[in-house]
Design a protein around this ligand. Structure first.
Ligand SMILES: [Zn+2]
Length: 88
C-alpha cells in the first residue's frame, strides 16, 4: 500500500515536471486585474458635526483615541476638534 503511494507521488511529480518541460508557457499566467474603480468609495457617510451626508472618498479623516471620524470639510473637522478640546 505504501509502495503504491510512493509510486503514485513519484509518478505525479514526474508528470508535473514533464508538463513544465513540454509546456513552459502554461506556467506564465496572465495577471488579470479587474479594477472596477470606485465601488467602495461611493459609500455615503454622515458628518458628525454638521450632520450632512457626503461620499466617503471626499471625507476628511480625524482619529481620536482609536476612533476615526469623517468630516465633509476641514472646517468641520477643525470645529469638531475645537469642540472636543473645550469639553475636556
Ligand atoms: Zn460638515
Amino acid at each position: 500500500m505504501i509502495k503504491f503511494l510512493i509510486l503514485f507521488v513519484v509518478g505525479y511529480l514526474l508528470y508535473r515536471s514533464m508538463k513544465t518541460w513540454m509546456f513552459p508557457d502554461a506556467r506564465q499566467k496572465k495577471n488579470v486585474s479587474n479594477n472596477a474603480g470606485g465601488q467602495i468609495d461611493d459609500v455615503m457617510i454622515k458628518d458628525p458635526l454638521c450632520e450632512a451626508y457626503f461620499p466617503q472618498r471626499n471625507a476628511v479623516n480625524l482619529e481620536i483615541n482609536g476612533n476615526v471620524y469623517y468630516f465633509c470639510s476641514k472646517a468641520c473637522r477643525d470645529k469638531f476638534v475645537a469642540r472636543q478640546s473645550d469639553e475636556t
